[in-house]
Every structure is written in C-alpha cells, then in structure tokens.
Design a protein around this ligand. Sequence first.
Ligand code: ZN
Length: 435
Amino acid sequence: MIKDDLNSHIDDILNALGDDLDIEIKREDIEKELSRFIEYGVPIEQAKQTLIKKYGGQGVFSSSEQSSERKLISDLQPNERSVNLLCRVISVNPKEITVKGESRKIFYGILGDESGTISFTAWSSELDIERGDVVEISNAYTREWQGSVQLNLGDRVNIKKTDKEKLPESAFEPKTVKIMDLRSGIGAVDVTARILELNERETEVDGETKKVFSGILADETGKAQFTSWHDFNFKEEDVLQITGGYVKSWKGIPQLTFDQKATVKKIDKNKIPKKDLQINKMPLFMLVEKRGALDVEIEGTIIEIRPGSGVILRCPECNRALTNNECSIHGKVKGKQDLRIKLVIDDGTGAITSSINKELAEKLLNKKFEEYKKMDEVTMIDDFNKKLFAHRINLQGNALGDEFGTSLIAKDAKLVDFDIKEEADKLFHELEELV
Ligand SMILES: [Zn+2]
C-alpha cells in the first residue's frame, strides 16, 4: 500500500475515534498496527474497524455483527480469556480421553487465520465444524501447553460458521522458511529438506487403519521432526520440497505435519548436500529463545553442579529418579543405582541446564561408577567440583524447553581445555598479520 493511502486510512481511524479518546494515541502506533494487519492480508476496512474498537471508538465503518474485538492468532498469549477469532478449520479430529475413570470424547485440531495457526482442544462431545469451514469463535481461552500457546474451547464458547469468503484460501499461501525458523503458529509453510530418518507405523483414524510416516528432516540451518499422514512414497535421503505443511512444536522442537492436501516434490539431491548437514552450533541465548532444538551443539562454562547430581536411585519399571525411595508413578520400589550429573552452563549470552548420563559422566570425570558408589557424598561432590566447576564444556544433544527453562539431554560431552597461552599467541599472530 502506498504511503498516502495508508495516511488517509490512519486519518479515518483518528477521526472516528474523535473525542472518545481518554488517552492520547500516537499516530505511529496506529500506523504500526495497521501496517501489520495489512501485511497479513486482513481487509483494510476490517483492520480499521478492529483498531477503532481497540482504542475505544464506536466503529462507524460497518454494520459488523461482531460485538467485540477480533484477535489475530499470532498475537495470542497464554492465559487469555474471552478470546474472539475469525479463523479457518485446518484440521479437526475426535479423541477418546479418560477423566476420573470415565471415557469421554473431545476434539482437537488446528485453526488458522492470515497471521498463523494454533492448536485447539474442544472439551465437548459434539462439535459441528469441519475442515475448511470458516468460523467466528467467541469466548475461547488460551493456555500454555508443552511450551506453546494452545486454544481451548470450553463451556462458554460460541462457534458460528460464516461465509468462507471472509477468509479466502489466498490468505493461507504457504511461506517459504528454513528449518531454523519453523515454529508453531507460523501458518502454512513451504520447506525444502533432506529426509534423514524415516519410520512407518499404523494408526487408527475414524475406525480405519492408516499408515503414518514420521522421522527427522534437515536443511543447512537445522533439524526438525515430521509426520506425514499420507504416503508420498519418499525414502530416506530424498530431498523434498514440501508445500502446505503446518508446524506444531513439542518443548520447543518443531514438528512439521502434512497430509494429502500438501504438495511433496522430489528434487535434485544436490540441492541439499549431505555434507552441509552438520550439527548446528548455537549461542545459548538463541537456544533459550527458541526454547528447544533437535540435535544441537553448545559450548559454555559450567557455573553450577546442581543438587540431584551423583549416585541416584531409579525406578526399575520406568527409569524415573526416585525421591525417598518412591517413584512418582509406581510408588515404593527397590531402586537401581545410577550416576547422573546436572549442570548449569553459561556462555555469556545465556544459560541452560544439562543432564549428563552415567557413560558420559565417567568419561568427563575419568573415574568409574563403581568408585563413586564407594565414596561418601561430600567426597564425591568435591570431586565433581574440582573436575568440572568453572571448566569449559562442549555438549551435543536434544534441547527441550518447558516452564523451567531449557535443558539439554547430552548425547556427547567433552571438556574443552582451552590453553590461555596458546589463545594469546594465536591472537598475537592474527594481530601481527593485520599490521
Ligand atoms: Zn516408576
């Protein structure tokens, strides 16, 4: 939109607000918000209407029956109440759950608008909406679930089917994105990636057995999990352009989901050479911001060895760590001994925790589990501190985010001895070359 047009729309909004204003509204704020709506393809009159209502005006532009402000999906935060949306049903599925010993039917799926998508759960046994419907939803609410915002349709919700043209298909053009930028709520995406791992399983959908394909895919920016609900007949190591998939995330790890409505094209394998798919090394602030990632490498200084490190007892059934000889699922059990170290690692840009298993701990500490078993607690923690505290460590593994922060489950760990004299010499030589 050209600047003059935008200005005249802003004038309209300010005029409509007129003397209703209790607060002073900055022209730049309105411009910023209006531009955002336009960028997402919201029709201009509707965008103006929304802003006028937001700033307390009466909405002189239309006879819209919507009684309160429409929200864009990408703006939703956890724990919002009275959420009103205009959206398209991207998927909807029934699910049986057990509540207090009784079986109940609920629905779950994905809703989308011009700004993005969101997972929803409808807590009712009847839900009269189908994929492709455009619906006005009022009085929904949001929660955080596994690190992403989720929409809940509860008792008070009102769902009304409306004209499909209010949100035409064209509002859902897939965006081309790199794996690193995949996040839930981004909307339909177009991704080019190499299939690194492929598994096939069967599942029941509406009483029919269906094949589901899942695994890991990657481009030069990172790795993600995927699920395909349709047999596109691809194999491991194929390089694919997948258009029209959607992204969900679990603890910060993106998961690309697609089905027969998506287009999957095999392309030249050299487009994403295997050698470009190294493990991604990431500064910690970035990992914390993304919350989680599949198969990453990080490096930082160990600033704390956390309580819960050392020889612990695990449940023989489920492997959970026991507290006071009790498993949170299986109650009192005879635990089996294990060695674990929990670290806090800081690289100057951010901090995460990491859990180190027995094999890696033995390697890092250069001492066997059998020897630690014989030690008393104080001697053992002292040994950990001497060998690990304030040392630099390099870790690889999957990082998972939740409400407590980001934690890396280490698949490999090594202490990085960095020799101060050598570093200084190197720096000196580099400087010399510059002169
Ligand atoms: Zn257990």
